[in-house]
Design a protein around this ligand. Structure first.
Ligand code: SAM
Length: 249
């Protein structure tokens, strides 16, 4: 019977491709990839000759029917993204949902995930955490999102690109407070891997001062609000509310 295998690939270091992931890719009738050229390079590095089909956010809906038909015919299809675990800030959820609804088996082949890798070395509480993915790109929307998270007690995990890592840290320090602890995990598993930790204010200053610290791919982790933060933010909320009431009819 057909099966959809959701296969994690490395986030930088090719040695992180698991033996099972390699076998699954080798045995798949079809590999649905976010970017076929990117995945072709991965397959070539391992000497795998696979048949690739592209599946990204913009064609996922159109591709689903064809892929489901093949799965119903008994195909073994592997789903991969450019890096890490598919569906984690990556395409695939529509296909997985459609496959499940069609009664097709969906199996994970787990492996690298930047968020989890970063969390595992951050040294921040990880018993409960909230994965927030990418923040909005525009400043006002980003600050609004951060504001909505200011009282969140769980550790917060964000993905960020080199274009906005500096603004992200400046905003996070302003909104969560400069003394709230954070971790900036850059280029994990790659040559220039760096994990910086400290108060958000210091992290923002450090990254602003060093262009090298703005290159590559980032996971930003922020400690959750403690009771003090929550009290402070509640007090602030009350003050804003009181001020607004004075000015409202
Ligand atoms: N599906 C992937 C995963 O499992 O981590 C994430 C895909 S998302 C489109 C790409 C983002 O993940 C990057 O912008 C960066 O925030 C983060 N990322 C990916 N690889 C990374 C690495 N080696 N080091 C730090 N962050 C990374």
């Amino acid at each position: 019977t057909g099966r959809l295998h959701v296969v994690a690939t490395p986030i930088g270091n090719l040695e992180d491709l698991s033996p099972r992931a390699l076998r699954t890719l080798r045995e798949a009738d079809l590999i649905a990839a976010e970017d076929t050229r990117h995945t072709q390079a991965l397959l070539s590095a391992f000497g795998v000759r696979g048949t690739l089909v592209s599946l990204h956010d913009h064609n996922e809906a159109e591709q689903i029917d064809g892929l489901l038909a093949k799965l119903r015919d008994g195909a073994q299809i592997a789903l991969v993204s450019d890096a890490g675990t598919p569906l984690v800030s990556d395409p695939g959820f529509r296909l997985v949902r459609a496959a499940r609804e069609a009664g097709i088996e969906v199996s994970p082949v787990p492996g690298a995930c930047a968020a989890i890798a970063a969390l595992s070395v951050a040294g921040l509480p990880s018993d409960r955490f909230a994965f927030e993915g990418f923040l909005p790109q525009k400043g006002a929307a980003r600050r609004e999102r951060l504001q909505s998270l200011a009282a969140e007690a769980r550790t917060l995990v964000f993905y960020e690109s080199s274009h906005r890592i500096d603004e992200c840290l400046v905003d996070a320090a302003a909104i969560f407070g400069a003394t709230r602890r954070g971790v900036v995990a850059r280029e994990l598993t790659k040559r220039f891997e760096t994990v910086l930790d400290g108060p958000l204010g210091a992290l923002a200053a450090r990254v602003a001062a060093d262009a090298d610290q703005r290159r590559g791919e980032f996971v930003v982790i922020v400690e959750g609000a403690t009771g003090d933060d929550a009290d402070a933010s509640l007090a602030l909320g009350r003050r804003v509310h009181a001020l607004l009431r004075e000015h409202l009819p």
